[in-house]
Write a protein that binds this ligand. Sequence first.
Ligand SMILES: Nc1ncnc2c1ncn2[C@@H]1O[C@H](COP(=O)(O)OP(=O)(O)O)[C@@H](O)[C@H]1O
Ligand SMILES: [Mg+2]
Length: 423
Amino acid sequence: MNDSSEGKAAISEKRYVLGRREKGSRGILNIGRYYALDGSLGSQVYVDGLKPHVILTCGKRGYGKSYTMGTLVEEMALLEEEAKRHIGVVVIDTLGIFWTLAMPNRKQEEILKRWGLDPTGFDIVVFSSEENCREYERDGIEAHPFLLKTSELDTHHWSQLFNLSPTDYASAAIGRAVNACEEWDDYAIDDLIAHIKNDTHLRDDVKAVAENFLHMAKSWRIFDTEGVPVEEMVKGGRVTVLDISPYPEELKIVIVALLARKIFEGRIRERKRYERAVMEHHPLDDEGIPLTWMAIDEAHVFLPNEPCLSKEPLIKQWMRQGRQPGVSLLLATQRPSSLDPEVLSHSDIIICHRLTAQEDIDALNKVRPTYMAGEIGDSLKKIGTEKGVALIIDDTSEAVHVIKIRPRMSWHGGEEPSALMEQ
Ligand SMILES: Nc1ncnc2c1ncn2[C@@H]1O[C@H](COP(=O)(O)OP(=O)(O)O)[C@@H](O)[C@H]1O
Ligand SMILES: [Mg+2]
Protein backbone atom coordinates (compact mmCIF):
# COMPACT_ATOMS: atom_id res chain seq x y z
CA MET A 1 0.00 0.00 0.00
CA ASN A 2 1.32 3.43 -0.76
CA ASP A 3 -0.12 6.78 0.07
CA SER A 4 -0.98 7.69 -3.53
CA SER A 5 -4.32 5.88 -3.20
CA GLU A 6 -5.40 8.55 -0.72
CA GLY A 7 -5.41 11.16 -3.48
CA LYS A 8 -7.54 9.04 -5.82
CA ALA A 9 -10.25 8.26 -3.30
CA ALA A 10 -13.48 10.10 -3.69
CA ILE A 11 -14.16 12.40 -0.76
CA SER A 12 -17.66 11.93 0.46
CA GLU A 13 -19.36 14.50 2.67
CA LYS A 14 -21.27 11.94 4.71
CA ARG A 15 -20.38 12.15 8.40
CA TYR A 16 -20.08 9.26 10.78
CA VAL A 17 -19.60 10.08 14.47
CA LEU A 18 -18.27 7.37 16.78
CA GLY A 19 -19.27 7.40 20.45
CA ARG A 20 -22.42 9.42 19.88
CA ARG A 21 -26.08 8.43 19.69
CA GLU A 22 -27.66 11.70 18.68
CA LYS A 23 -27.00 13.45 15.38
CA GLY A 24 -25.19 16.75 15.07
CA SER A 25 -21.94 18.08 13.75
CA ARG A 26 -20.86 20.21 16.72
CA GLY A 27 -17.96 19.16 18.90
CA ILE A 28 -16.70 16.36 16.68
CA LEU A 29 -13.14 15.17 16.24
CA ASN A 30 -12.06 14.17 12.74
CA ILE A 31 -10.15 10.96 13.30
CA GLY A 32 -9.73 9.86 9.67
CA ARG A 33 -11.57 8.15 6.82
CA TYR A 34 -13.03 4.77 6.08
CA TYR A 35 -10.43 2.45 4.63
CA ALA A 36 -11.41 -0.20 2.11
CA LEU A 37 -9.44 -3.40 1.82
CA ASP A 38 -8.12 -2.30 -1.60
CA GLY A 39 -6.59 0.69 0.17
CA SER A 40 -9.04 3.31 -1.08
CA LEU A 41 -10.51 5.84 1.32
CA GLY A 42 -14.16 6.63 1.90
CA SER A 43 -16.22 8.98 4.10
CA GLN A 44 -14.77 11.04 6.91
CA VAL A 45 -15.08 9.50 10.37
CA TYR A 46 -15.39 11.52 13.57
CA VAL A 47 -15.34 10.87 17.29
CA ASP A 48 -17.67 12.62 19.72
CA GLY A 49 -15.72 15.32 21.58
CA LEU A 50 -18.46 16.59 23.86
CA LYS A 51 -19.33 13.67 26.16
CA PRO A 52 -16.98 11.72 28.43
CA HIS A 53 -15.32 8.64 26.93
CA VAL A 54 -12.63 6.09 27.59
CA ILE A 55 -10.74 5.56 24.32
CA LEU A 56 -8.11 2.83 24.18
CA THR A 57 -5.59 2.69 21.34
CA CYS A 58 -3.57 -0.48 21.03
CA GLY A 59 -1.30 -2.15 18.52
CA LYS A 60 2.22 -3.42 18.12
CA ARG A 61 5.19 -1.08 18.18
CA GLY A 62 5.55 1.30 15.27
CA TYR A 63 2.04 1.10 13.79
CA GLY A 64 0.64 4.42 14.99
CA LYS A 65 -0.58 4.43 18.61
CA SER A 66 1.20 7.60 19.76
CA TYR A 67 0.56 9.16 16.36
CA THR A 68 -3.18 8.51 16.69
CA MET A 69 -3.18 10.01 20.19
CA GLY A 70 -1.53 13.10 18.75
CA THR A 71 -4.16 13.33 16.00
CA LEU A 72 -6.95 13.23 18.60
CA VAL A 73 -5.23 15.85 20.76
CA GLU A 74 -4.89 18.10 17.69
CA GLU A 75 -8.58 17.67 17.01
CA MET A 76 -9.40 18.76 20.56
CA ALA A 77 -7.31 21.86 19.99
CA LEU A 78 -9.23 22.47 16.76
CA LEU A 79 -12.71 22.27 18.31
CA GLU A 80 -14.98 25.26 17.88
CA GLU A 81 -14.32 27.90 20.56
CA GLU A 82 -17.62 27.41 22.36
CA ALA A 83 -16.90 23.74 23.11
CA LYS A 84 -13.15 24.09 23.42
CA ARG A 85 -13.17 26.63 26.23
CA HIS A 86 -14.92 24.09 28.47
CA ILE A 87 -12.43 21.33 27.73
CA GLY A 88 -8.92 20.93 29.15
CA VAL A 89 -6.48 18.39 27.76
CA VAL A 90 -3.59 16.98 29.77
CA VAL A 91 -1.08 14.75 27.99
CA ILE A 92 0.92 12.54 30.35
CA ASP A 93 4.14 12.37 28.40
CA THR A 94 6.33 9.58 29.75
CA LEU A 95 8.93 9.75 26.98
CA GLY A 96 9.19 13.48 26.34
CA ILE A 97 7.82 13.24 22.78
CA PHE A 98 4.66 15.36 22.78
CA TRP A 99 6.24 18.84 22.83
CA THR A 100 6.48 18.49 19.04
CA LEU A 101 2.72 19.21 18.94
CA ALA A 102 3.96 22.81 18.83
CA MET A 103 5.87 22.23 15.58
CA PRO A 104 4.37 21.90 12.05
CA ASN A 105 4.63 18.47 10.41
CA ARG A 106 6.86 19.40 7.48
CA LYS A 107 8.03 15.82 7.19
CA GLN A 108 4.68 14.57 5.86
CA GLU A 109 3.74 17.68 3.90
CA GLU A 110 2.90 15.67 0.77
CA ILE A 111 0.58 13.28 2.61
CA LEU A 112 -1.12 16.21 4.36
CA LYS A 113 -1.71 17.94 1.03
CA ARG A 114 -3.56 14.88 -0.27
CA TRP A 115 -5.84 15.12 2.74
CA GLY A 116 -6.37 18.85 2.15
CA LEU A 117 -4.44 19.74 5.34
CA ASP A 118 -1.48 21.99 6.10
CA PRO A 119 1.43 21.47 8.49
CA THR A 120 0.44 23.36 11.65
CA GLY A 121 1.95 23.79 15.11
CA PHE A 122 -0.42 24.06 18.09
CA ASP A 123 -0.33 26.20 21.21
CA ILE A 124 0.67 24.04 24.13
CA VAL A 125 1.93 24.65 27.65
CA VAL A 126 4.50 22.22 28.99
CA PHE A 127 5.18 21.35 32.64
CA SER A 128 8.38 19.48 33.40
CA SER A 129 11.60 19.55 35.41
CA GLU A 130 13.37 22.90 35.68
CA GLU A 131 16.13 21.68 33.42
CA ASN A 132 13.70 20.57 30.70
CA CYS A 133 11.79 23.84 31.00
CA ARG A 134 14.91 25.80 30.08
CA GLU A 135 15.23 23.71 26.93
CA TYR A 136 11.56 24.14 26.01
CA GLU A 137 11.78 27.89 26.51
CA ARG A 138 14.76 27.91 24.14
CA ASP A 139 12.49 26.33 21.50
CA GLY A 140 9.93 29.07 22.12
CA ILE A 141 7.48 26.82 24.00
CA GLU A 142 5.83 28.09 27.19
CA ALA A 143 7.08 25.82 29.99
CA HIS A 144 6.72 25.79 33.78
CA PRO A 145 8.42 23.68 36.44
CA PHE A 146 6.20 20.89 37.72
CA LEU A 147 6.22 20.57 41.52
CA LEU A 148 4.37 18.24 43.87
CA LYS A 149 3.13 19.37 47.27
CA THR A 150 4.93 17.16 49.79
CA SER A 151 2.00 17.07 52.22
CA GLU A 152 -0.26 15.56 49.55
CA LEU A 153 1.62 12.27 49.64
CA ASP A 154 0.29 9.75 52.13
CA THR A 155 2.11 6.68 53.40
CA HIS A 156 1.02 4.61 50.38
CA HIS A 157 2.48 7.14 47.98
CA TRP A 158 5.84 7.06 49.77
CA SER A 159 5.86 3.24 49.75
CA GLN A 160 5.10 3.20 46.01
CA LEU A 161 7.78 5.79 45.41
CA PHE A 162 10.51 3.66 46.95
CA ASN A 163 9.01 0.36 45.86
CA LEU A 164 8.56 -0.70 49.48
CA SER A 165 5.93 -2.88 51.02
CA PRO A 166 3.80 -0.97 53.57
CA THR A 167 5.05 -3.48 56.16
CA ASP A 168 8.75 -2.64 55.60
CA TYR A 169 10.47 -0.91 58.51
CA ALA A 170 11.53 2.01 56.32
CA SER A 171 7.89 2.48 55.20
CA ALA A 172 6.76 2.49 58.79
CA ALA A 173 9.45 5.03 59.72
CA ILE A 174 8.36 7.39 56.91
CA GLY A 175 4.72 6.77 57.84
CA ARG A 176 5.40 7.87 61.42
CA ALA A 177 7.03 11.06 60.17
CA VAL A 178 4.14 11.79 57.76
CA ASN A 179 1.61 11.31 60.56
CA ALA A 180 3.58 13.57 62.88
CA CYS A 181 3.72 16.35 60.26
CA GLU A 182 0.07 15.95 59.29
CA GLU A 183 -1.09 19.01 61.20
CA TRP A 184 1.00 21.27 58.94
CA ASP A 185 -0.01 21.75 55.35
CA ASP A 186 3.28 23.03 54.05
CA TYR A 187 6.04 20.78 55.30
CA ALA A 188 9.09 19.81 53.28
CA ILE A 189 11.05 16.58 52.91
CA ASP A 190 13.60 18.05 55.35
CA ASP A 191 10.88 18.16 58.02
CA LEU A 192 10.24 14.43 57.49
CA ILE A 193 13.97 13.71 57.69
CA ALA A 194 14.27 15.77 60.90
CA HIS A 195 11.39 13.88 62.44
CA ILE A 196 12.93 10.52 61.61
CA LYS A 197 16.27 11.62 63.10
CA ASN A 198 14.57 12.54 66.38
CA ASP A 199 12.22 9.55 66.53
CA THR A 200 13.31 7.63 69.62
CA HIS A 201 11.18 4.60 68.64
CA LEU A 202 13.30 3.77 65.59
CA ARG A 203 16.47 1.70 65.34
CA ASP A 204 19.47 3.47 63.81
CA ASP A 205 19.69 1.13 60.80
CA VAL A 206 16.01 1.76 59.98
CA LYS A 207 16.55 5.49 60.33
CA ALA A 208 19.50 5.31 57.95
CA VAL A 209 17.48 3.49 55.26
CA ALA A 210 14.45 5.80 55.56
CA GLU A 211 16.59 8.93 55.50
CA ASN A 212 18.43 7.60 52.49
CA PHE A 213 15.19 7.17 50.57
CA LEU A 214 14.04 10.67 51.45
CA HIS A 215 17.37 12.16 50.34
CA MET A 216 16.91 10.35 47.03
CA ALA A 217 13.41 11.87 46.70
CA LYS A 218 14.89 15.30 47.43
CA SER A 219 17.39 14.86 44.62
CA TRP A 220 14.52 14.66 42.09
CA ARG A 221 13.83 18.32 42.92
CA ILE A 222 10.10 17.87 42.42
CA PHE A 223 8.89 18.08 46.04
CA ASP A 224 7.85 21.48 47.28
CA THR A 225 5.95 22.98 50.20
CA GLU A 226 3.30 24.39 47.84
CA GLY A 227 3.25 22.41 44.57
CA VAL A 228 1.58 23.49 41.33
CA PRO A 229 -2.19 23.92 41.89
CA VAL A 230 -4.29 21.61 39.73
CA GLU A 231 -6.13 24.68 38.33
CA GLU A 232 -2.81 25.74 36.79
CA MET A 233 -2.35 22.35 35.17
CA VAL A 234 -5.79 22.00 33.60
CA LYS A 235 -7.37 24.95 31.89
CA GLY A 236 -10.30 25.19 29.50
CA GLY A 237 -9.20 25.60 25.86
CA ARG A 238 -5.65 24.53 26.63
CA VAL A 239 -3.46 21.54 25.84
CA THR A 240 -1.07 20.85 28.71
CA VAL A 241 1.83 18.49 28.16
CA LEU A 242 3.16 17.09 31.43
CA ASP A 243 6.59 15.80 30.50
CA ILE A 244 7.54 13.35 33.26
CA SER A 245 10.27 11.68 31.22
CA PRO A 246 13.09 12.72 33.61
CA TYR A 247 11.66 10.74 36.53
CA PRO A 248 11.84 7.07 37.56
CA GLU A 249 8.79 4.91 36.91
CA GLU A 250 7.66 4.82 40.57
CA LEU A 251 7.58 8.61 40.65
CA LYS A 252 5.69 8.74 37.34
CA ILE A 253 3.04 6.52 38.92
CA VAL A 254 2.77 8.74 42.01
CA ILE A 255 2.49 11.88 39.85
CA VAL A 256 -0.33 10.40 37.77
CA ALA A 257 -2.09 9.06 40.89
CA LEU A 258 -2.04 12.46 42.62
CA LEU A 259 -2.96 14.48 39.53
CA ALA A 260 -5.81 12.15 38.51
CA ARG A 261 -7.30 12.29 42.00
CA LYS A 262 -7.10 16.07 42.16
CA ILE A 263 -8.67 16.55 38.75
CA PHE A 264 -11.48 14.16 39.65
CA GLU A 265 -12.16 15.88 42.98
CA GLY A 266 -11.99 19.26 41.25
CA ARG A 267 -14.58 18.13 38.72
CA ILE A 268 -16.90 16.88 41.48
CA ARG A 269 -16.72 20.36 43.11
CA GLU A 270 -17.29 21.95 39.72
CA ARG A 271 -20.42 19.87 39.09
CA LYS A 272 -21.85 21.10 42.41
CA ARG A 273 -21.08 24.69 41.50
CA TYR A 274 -22.74 24.14 38.14
CA GLU A 275 -25.93 22.68 39.67
CA ARG A 276 -26.11 25.58 42.13
CA ALA A 277 -25.66 28.14 39.35
CA VAL A 278 -28.50 26.56 37.35
CA MET A 279 -30.76 26.44 40.44
CA GLU A 280 -30.05 30.01 41.42
CA HIS A 281 -30.14 31.34 37.84
CA HIS A 282 -26.74 32.98 37.88
CA PRO A 283 -24.04 32.56 35.25
CA LEU A 284 -21.09 30.28 35.96
CA ASP A 285 -17.66 31.84 35.63
CA ASP A 286 -14.88 29.84 33.98
CA GLU A 287 -12.65 29.60 37.05
CA GLY A 288 -12.93 25.91 37.99
CA ILE A 289 -11.52 22.76 36.43
CA PRO A 290 -12.99 22.18 32.96
CA LEU A 291 -14.20 18.91 31.49
CA THR A 292 -10.91 17.06 31.25
CA TRP A 293 -9.31 14.66 28.83
CA MET A 294 -6.23 12.92 30.12
CA ALA A 295 -4.09 11.25 27.45
CA ILE A 296 -1.78 8.52 28.73
CA ASP A 297 0.68 6.80 26.41
CA GLU A 298 2.29 3.57 27.66
CA ALA A 299 -0.88 3.07 29.71
CA HIS A 300 0.21 -0.39 30.95
CA VAL A 301 2.62 1.41 33.31
CA PHE A 302 -0.27 3.12 35.12
CA LEU A 303 -3.00 0.49 34.69
CA PRO A 304 -1.25 -2.89 34.98
CA ASN A 305 -2.93 -6.15 35.87
CA GLU A 306 -1.32 -6.05 39.32
CA PRO A 307 -1.55 -3.72 42.32
CA CYS A 308 -0.55 -0.17 41.41
CA LEU A 309 -1.34 3.13 43.09
CA SER A 310 -2.45 5.01 39.98
CA LYS A 311 -5.22 2.44 39.38
CA GLU A 312 -7.08 3.81 42.44
CA PRO A 313 -8.08 7.12 40.87
CA LEU A 314 -7.96 6.01 37.23
CA ILE A 315 -10.17 2.95 37.54
CA LYS A 316 -12.24 3.60 40.66
CA GLN A 317 -12.85 7.28 39.92
CA TRP A 318 -12.23 8.09 36.25
CA MET A 319 -13.51 4.88 34.69
CA ARG A 320 -16.25 3.79 37.07
CA GLN A 321 -17.64 7.22 37.92
CA GLY A 322 -16.14 9.55 35.33
CA ARG A 323 -19.26 10.22 33.27
CA GLN A 324 -20.98 12.35 35.89
CA PRO A 325 -18.09 14.72 36.63
CA GLY A 326 -17.04 14.68 32.96
CA VAL A 327 -13.55 13.21 32.89
CA SER A 328 -12.28 11.23 29.91
CA LEU A 329 -9.30 9.06 29.14
CA LEU A 330 -7.34 8.56 25.96
CA LEU A 331 -5.05 5.58 26.55
CA ALA A 332 -2.46 3.84 24.39
CA THR A 333 -0.63 0.58 24.93
CA GLN A 334 1.20 -2.06 22.95
CA ARG A 335 0.28 -4.67 25.51
CA PRO A 336 -3.48 -4.85 26.07
CA SER A 337 -2.96 -8.25 27.74
CA SER A 338 -1.00 -6.65 30.58
CA LEU A 339 -3.68 -4.07 31.36
CA ASP A 340 -6.09 -4.50 34.22
CA PRO A 341 -9.05 -6.23 32.49
CA GLU A 342 -11.37 -3.47 33.76
CA VAL A 343 -9.66 -1.04 31.39
CA LEU A 344 -10.79 -3.03 28.37
CA SER A 345 -14.33 -3.40 29.65
CA HIS A 346 -14.64 0.35 30.40
CA SER A 347 -13.29 1.46 27.02
CA ASP A 348 -16.22 2.56 24.88
CA ILE A 349 -14.06 3.12 21.80
CA ILE A 350 -11.17 0.75 21.05
CA ILE A 351 -8.80 1.76 18.26
CA CYS A 352 -6.71 -1.24 17.33
CA HIS A 353 -3.75 -0.91 14.99
CA ARG A 354 -1.84 -3.93 13.73
CA LEU A 355 -1.46 -6.49 16.51
CA THR A 356 0.10 -9.91 16.16
CA ALA A 357 0.91 -11.23 19.66
CA GLN A 358 -1.62 -13.94 20.41
CA GLU A 359 -1.97 -13.09 24.12
CA ASP A 360 -2.89 -9.49 23.22
CA ILE A 361 -5.41 -10.64 20.64
CA ASP A 362 -6.84 -13.06 23.23
CA ALA A 363 -7.19 -10.20 25.74
CA LEU A 364 -9.25 -8.22 23.23
CA ASN A 365 -11.28 -11.29 22.31
CA LYS A 366 -12.29 -11.69 25.94
CA VAL A 367 -14.14 -8.39 25.83
CA ARG A 368 -15.20 -8.84 22.21
CA PRO A 369 -18.72 -7.51 21.98
CA THR A 370 -21.53 -9.74 20.80
CA TYR A 371 -22.26 -7.41 17.87
CA MET A 372 -18.87 -8.24 16.40
CA ALA A 373 -19.04 -11.11 13.92
CA GLY A 374 -16.03 -13.43 14.02
CA GLU A 375 -12.78 -13.26 15.95
CA ILE A 376 -10.87 -10.02 16.44
CA GLY A 377 -7.74 -11.77 15.19
CA ASP A 378 -9.38 -12.40 11.80
CA SER A 379 -10.48 -8.78 11.47
CA LEU A 380 -7.01 -7.60 12.44
CA LYS A 381 -5.42 -9.78 9.77
CA LYS A 382 -7.57 -8.02 7.19
CA ILE A 383 -6.32 -4.54 8.05
CA GLY A 384 -2.85 -5.53 6.88
CA THR A 385 0.42 -3.78 7.59
CA GLU A 386 -0.18 -0.17 6.61
CA LYS A 387 0.71 2.24 9.40
CA GLY A 388 -2.15 4.33 10.70
CA VAL A 389 -4.87 1.87 9.67
CA ALA A 390 -7.01 0.67 12.57
CA LEU A 391 -9.94 -1.49 13.46
CA ILE A 392 -12.30 0.56 15.60
CA ILE A 393 -14.85 -0.96 17.95
CA ASP A 394 -17.49 1.59 18.91
CA ASP A 395 -19.64 0.49 21.78
CA THR A 396 -22.16 3.31 21.43
CA SER A 397 -23.24 2.44 17.90
CA GLU A 398 -22.33 -1.22 18.49
CA ALA A 399 -20.39 -1.30 15.25
CA VAL A 400 -16.91 -2.09 13.98
CA HIS A 401 -15.08 0.00 11.40
CA VAL A 402 -11.78 0.00 9.51
CA ILE A 403 -10.30 3.47 9.36
CA LYS A 404 -7.15 5.23 8.20
CA ILE A 405 -6.23 7.78 10.83
CA ARG A 406 -5.70 11.23 9.33
CA PRO A 407 -2.11 12.50 9.12
CA ARG A 408 -0.77 14.68 11.91
CA MET A 409 -0.70 18.40 11.22
CA SER A 410 1.94 18.83 13.91
CA TRP A 411 5.26 17.02 14.03
CA HIS A 412 5.10 13.50 15.45
CA GLY A 413 7.87 13.18 17.99
CA GLY A 414 7.62 9.51 18.81
CA GLU A 415 9.29 8.08 15.74
CA GLU A 416 12.05 5.59 16.32
CA PRO A 417 15.39 7.24 15.58
CA SER A 418 17.31 5.96 12.59
CA ALA A 419 21.09 5.84 12.41
CA LEU A 420 20.66 7.47 9.01
CA MET A 421 19.04 10.75 9.99
CA GLU A 422 17.26 11.29 6.68
CA GLN A 423 15.37 7.97 6.78
N1 LIG B 1 -2.12 7.82 10.45
C1 LIG B 1 -0.86 7.86 10.01
N2 LIG B 1 -0.55 8.51 8.88
C2 LIG B 1 0.71 8.56 8.42
N3 LIG B 1 1.77 7.98 9.05
C3 LIG B 1 1.52 7.32 10.19
C4 LIG B 1 0.21 7.22 10.73
N4 LIG B 1 0.27 6.51 11.87
C5 LIG B 1 1.56 6.17 12.03
N5 LIG B 1 2.32 6.65 11.03
C6 LIG B 1 3.78 6.45 10.87
O1 LIG B 1 4.17 5.37 11.72
C7 LIG B 1 5.22 5.75 12.59
C8 LIG B 1 5.08 5.04 13.93
O2 LIG B 1 3.95 5.49 14.64
P1 LIG B 1 3.95 5.62 16.24
O3 LIG B 1 2.66 6.25 16.62
O4 LIG B 1 5.18 6.30 16.71
O5 LIG B 1 3.97 4.09 16.68
P2 LIG B 1 3.67 3.43 18.09
O6 LIG B 1 2.51 2.53 17.85
O7 LIG B 1 4.91 2.67 18.41
O8 LIG B 1 3.36 4.51 19.08
C9 LIG B 1 5.10 7.27 12.67
O9 LIG B 1 6.34 7.87 12.93
C10 LIG B 1 4.57 7.66 11.31
O10 LIG B 1 5.62 7.84 10.39
MG1 LIG C 1 4.40 5.05 20.82
